[in-house]
Design a protein around this ligand. Structure first.
Ligand code: TK8
Length: 359
């Protein structure tokens, strides 16, 4: 783990600085459900170290605290969870590697960072696939999603639950964006947009005429501050709780991709736990993921309005404007659908459509 520390220390410095300037307040969020269920037997004490990228104000952090509380309460304090937010221990990719080697117990990456372990996860990276949050949640609860979690088996990672990262929105420091032409720039250069380290996202921003730059999330704030990139895309809640509005004047409600988070544990840690502890961890993961999805939804529009109140110029897009983005990213489907699997894509689209029909 030693080589990671210098890197981690550098990232933490940037993260603390940005948090110190303006700590985001929270919206009226639902309280976590009461913790019920029996206290499990005494199978020894374990401290579980969990790292992830987002900050203390985020739904991811708040729901992880709930996860910790469930474990602690139902094990009478024998299972404790230490949370390391703000990419303190590394970025999504590094922390998954740490799970494999057993130097970290848990992490909570964006699914997009995990497609090298389970290629089917890339279905979530396809643009404009999930038309509504209701449809997205139905998909996350489907058997197809469960088999993606199961497919981690043997990788050194035990995938426990899906939760919501959410609908991604574009922000940038250069100009208001209402069309793909605004991204590409007609008389000016195209926007340099940080993307996740994922080839489908790269393809999306190439198709839109941007200069996509894959980069770890922990390096993003300072990259924007220093003008290394013009913009990035993430859910409003992440843009707010990471204080990106301090360095990004413009936001566009593009909703171009809905991505999940995946709560995961090192298989080495998992194997060390008594089966009764394992069952508790699995149940607590599901409960905290469900809570995360709930408060993430509560956070979303509120965060957008907060950003606006704090001076970010938000461009809302009508159906025709969204359709223009949708059309511009069609080549991404042509390129990636065969790779990801037409059958899987159709299955996910059908689950999504079944919700639309219900409404
Ligand atoms: C946080 C990341 C982040 C993701 C990204 O570690 O990289 O933009 O959306 O939230 O997982």
């Amino acid at each position: 783990m030693t080589p990671r520390w210098s890197h981690a220390a550098a990232l933490t410095g940037a993260a603390i600085l940005s948090l110190g300037i303006a700590q985001a307040q929270s919206p009226e969020l639902s309280a976590p459900p009461a913790i019920d269920g029996e206290v499990v037997g005494d199978h020894g004490s374990h401290t579980i170290r969990m790292g992830f990228g987002l900050s203390e104000g985020s739904p991811q952090y708040l729901s992880s605290r709930y996860f910790a509380d469930i474990l602690e309460q139902r094990s009478e304090g024998r299972l404790t969870v230490q949370i390391f937010p703000n990419s303190q221990l590394g970025d999504d990719v590094q922390m998954m590697e740490m799970l494999q080697t057993g130097t970290l117990d848990m992490t909570y990456p964006s699914s997009s960072a995990a497609t090298s372990y389970v290629s089917e996860l890339a279905v979530f990276d396809l643009p404009f696939l999930l038309p509504s949050r209701e449809a997205a949640i139905e998909v996350l609860q489907s058997e197809a999603a469960q088999s993606m979690l199961d497919a981690f088996e043997g990788s050194g990672i035990k995938a426990l639950a899906f939760s919501e990262n959410g609908y991604r929105q574009l922000s940038n420091s250069a100009r208001p964006v209402a069309s793909p032409e605004d991204v590409a720039g007609l008389d000016v250069r195209g926007l340099t947009v940080r993307t996740m380290e994922n080839p489908v996202h790269l393809a999306i921003w190439e198709a839109l005429g941007a200069n996509p730059t894959p980069m770890a999330f922990g390096e993003l704030f300072s990259a924007m501050e220093q003008g290394v990139v013009d913009g990035q895309e993430n859910p409003w809640s992440t843009i707010l709780t990471s204080n990106f509005h301090e360095v990004q004047d413009y936001g566009s409600e593009t909703r171009h991709v809905y991505t999940p988070f995946v709560m995961m544990m090192s298989e080495r840690t998992w194997d060390r736990l008594d089966p009764e502890y394992q069952a508790l961890v699995q149940e607590a993961a599901r409960q905290s993921a469900a809570y995360e999805i709930q408060i993430s939804a509560e956070y979303d529009d509120w965060a957008r309005d907060q950003l606006e109140a704090r001076g970010m110029q938000i461009t809302r897009l009508d159906d025709a404007q969204i359709a223009a983005f949708q059309e511009a990213v069609q080549p991404v489907y042509e390129e990636w659908a065969p790779e990801i699997g037409e059958e899987l894509i159709t299955e996910i689209q059908q689950i999504a459509a079944s919700v639309a029909d219900d409404e």
